[in-house]
Design a binder for this molecule. Structure first.
Ligand SMILES: CCCCCCCCC/C=C/C(=O)SCCNC(=O)CCNC(=O)[C@H](O)C(C)(C)COP(=O)(O)OP(=O)(O)OC[C@H]1O[C@@H](n2cnc3c(N)ncnc32)[C@H](O)[C@@H]1OP(=O)(O)O
Length: 302
């Protein structure tokens, strides 16, 4: 039954073209015996996977300092790790969290979208699509333990989870803030948000590029729980236990029923979406906006 609902998306192209070529350089994740409970752990350079609870749950820690920006290499490693977990029948759920202080993920890596060539933009966008499809259609229970700032692509990752727990900290803002950068969230980012908080709230959030502080994120339904910083992971594991009490096949079929139509919209036009992205991001005006935004980030530091 579980096989019937495995919604394998065509990730092979990415994993072959990207990951295998990069594999050696990236320090391909390796399984290693670990933990007295017989659970396994593995690590790559930028993704650390540890057993969470009773060997059924893995905790995936994003470890791409300083801000877990989603570079092409990071995406590739993340996808390899996720596939390992999907293929290991021991695991039924994954908690996704950050190993970088105060930041869950700064979203897409702006350096992948600025000053590169069209071929690079196309490769990068394909990887971003793949990340979304693999997470959104995952058979695993995914819980995002959001322990810091979560803008744009970081928010997209969190939105693909089944449950979101946000730390109660002034740094923990979350939202699709693309318009603040002078860029536009693609339709599948928008669809994911609409599916979570509804049309009107999404319209406002997207146009204004809102980054919601914890109380507001909870109120609008962008996250499900707000807890003190030191309780984010324990809360995630406790919520996970609740979800794992449901038989997998019934939960997976239900998840597929809820999400398939949204995913299919992208699957049916992946190539067109890539071309659209490449021509959009290559525009002089968009490159200028990104340059200004990157400079602002640097100035903030000085
Ligand atoms: C039609 C439709 C078609 C398609 C149209 C196109 C659609 C594109 C969709 C885009 C989705 C995205 O995710 S776009 C990305 C949006 N992301 C953001 O706006 C977040 C920007 N970052 C921040 O706000 C902050 O860095 C934050 C995450 C809060 C952490 O603050 P901190 O004070 O801890 O750290 P900082 O000092 O700011 O940053 C540390 C270093 O990391 C760098 N850095 C920060 N964010 C970065 C990022 N996203 N990519 C690369 N580098 C980043 C900074 O420049 C610094 O570099 P050094 O100075 O060198 O050390």
């Amino acid at each position: 039954m579980a096989l019937a609902v495995r919604m394998r998306v065509p990730c092979r192209a990415l994993l072959c073209a990207g990951a295998q070529l990069r594999g050696a350089a990236l320090g391909r994740p390796e399984w290693a015996a670990g933990g007295g409970d017989g659970a396994r752990r593995f690590a790559s350079l930028r993704v650390l996977v540890e057993p969470g609870a009773e060997g059924r749950v893995a905790v995936m820690k994003l470890k791409n300092p300083p801000v877990n920006s989603l570079s092409l290499d990071f995406l590739t490693e993340f996808l390899i790790s996720l596939e390992k977990l999907e293929n290991d029948k021991a695991f039924r759920g994954v908690v996704i969290t950050s190993d970088c202080p105060n930041v869950f993920s700064a979203g897409l890596d702006l350096r992948e979208m600025y000053g590169r060539n069209p071929g690079h933009y196309a490769e990068y966008w394909k990887a971003v699509q793949e990340l979304w499809l693999r997470l959104y259609l995952s058979n695993l229970v995914l819980v995002a333990a959001i322990n810091g700032s979560c803008p744009a692509g970081g928010c997209l990752m969190a939105l693909t989870s089944d449950v979101r727990i946000l730390s109660d900290s002034p740094k923990s803002v979350i939202g699709l803030n693309e318009t603040l950068l002078g860029i536009v969230a693609p339709f599948w980012f928008k669809d994911t948000l609409v599916n979570t908080i509804g049309h009107r709230a999404s319209e406002r959030a997207l146009q204004l590029g809102l980054l919601f502080p914890p109380a507001e994120a909870l109120q609008v339904g962008l996250v499900d729980h707000v807890v003190p910083e030191d309780q984010v992971q324990s809360m995630a594991l406790s919520v996970m236990a609740h979800w794992l009490a449901i038989p997998d096949h019934a939960r997976q079929l239900t998840k597929a029923m809820m999400r398939k139509a949204t995913a299919d919209r992208l699957i049916k036009q992946r190539e067109a979406d890539i071309q659209n992205f490449v021509s959009f991001i290559s525009r002089d005006s968009i490159q200028k906006s990104l340059q200004i935004y990157l400079e602002k980030l640097k100035q903030k530091k000085g």
